[in-house]
Design a protein around this ligand. Structure first.
Ligand SMILES: Nc1nc2c(ncn2[C@@H]2O[C@H](COP(=O)(O)OP(=O)(O)O[C@H]3O[C@H](CO)[C@@H](O)[C@H](O)[C@@H]3O)[C@@H](O)[C@H]2O)c(=O)[nH]1
Ligand SMILES: [Mg+2]
Length: 245
């Protein structure tokens, strides 16, 4: 996909990592391939939270190969949660647009140029990847995980009507920078529920949201960090969201 007409904009791609040593070089390589093929200006900001598996060393090697303009490292000393990792990355982002994605290859970088094309169609504030619209899908999750994701999504759809079909994370969002800054100040979640809160708050702020169908493929290397503690935080976050909406 060639997007030459729009190549004045710069895209900051935020990659939060915790124990993603095997995945990081592959995802970074793929992002660079798809962004370069589409003639897009970009930087990749890696926010590693003191991963014990040496993810930061892998990130440093990538920075040596691709340079510190393309690979920006903003590590933190310990695991402080996915939501605050995005906020931390945003503080250092220099692009006009921000892309948020998982680093474990569940989100394929080939969709980024599609998001960008969609954004340009009608100058949308946000473009969200969706697994739950025609053309999207989830691959590799067991029934339990699919059920949890679908149910959480359904409950929020019915109660809050946020105007997007995929809320339970797995988002890949493209935000205008100023919009994201405004949005983030109205979000309080620290963990995984952060992504859902952002869409709900975006609706309250009357921001425009477009969707692009994506396929989510479960990771091959490493483990999900969505453990029982994160799920409890998620549920608490949901209750808070209902109470404050
Ligand atoms: N820096 C940092 N990164 C983190 C942390 N926790 C998770 N990550 C990173 O965040 C990304 C997503 O984490 P996963 O552990 O792979 O999440 P998942 O189980 O696949 O969950 C998926 O579905 C959730 C909701 O259903 C989504 O919220 C999530 O983004 C993801 O798409 C990965 O790149 C992971 O390394 C953290 O505390 N700190
Ligand atoms: Mg994952």
């Amino acid at each position: 996909m060639n997007l030459k007409k729009n190549d004045d904009d710069k895209y900051s791609i935020l990659l939060p990592t915790y124990n993603e040593r095997e995945n990081l070089p592959i995802i970074v390589w793929l992002i660079i391939k798809y962004m370069r093929e589409s003639n897009l200006k970009f930087e990749i900001i890696i926010i590693d939270d003191g991963s014990p598996d040496g993810t930061l060393d892998a990130a440093k090697d990538l920075q040596k190969i691709f340079g510190d303009k393309t690979i920006v490292l903003r590590p933190r000393e310990k695991k402080l949660g996915l939501g605050t990792a995005y906020m931390h990355g945003l503080k250092h982002a220099t692009g006009e647009f921000i892309v948020i994605m998982d680093a474990d290859l569940s989100h394929h970088p080939k969709f980024i140029p599609e998001f960008i094309k969609k954004q340009k169609e009608s100058d949308y504030d946000i473009v969200s990847g969706t697994r739950y619209a025609r053309g999207g899908g989830v691959y590799g999750w067991d029934l339990k995980r699919k059920f949890i994701s679908r149910t959480a999504n359904y409950i929020v759809q019915v109660l809050l009507r946020p105007g997007a079909s995929d809320l339970t994370g797995s988002f890949r969002l493209l935000y205008k920078r100023d919009v994201l800054e405004k949005l983030i100040t109205s979000c309080t979640s620290k963990g995984y529920v952060f992504q859902m809160e952002m869409i709900v708050r975006a609706r309250q702020l009357s921001l425009t949201i477009a969707e692009v169908p994506i396929s989510f493929v479960d990771r091959m290397y490493g483990e999900s960090k969505l453990g029982s503690n994160e799920i409890i935080q998620y549920l608490k976050g949901l209750l808070y969201l209902f109470a404050t909406t």
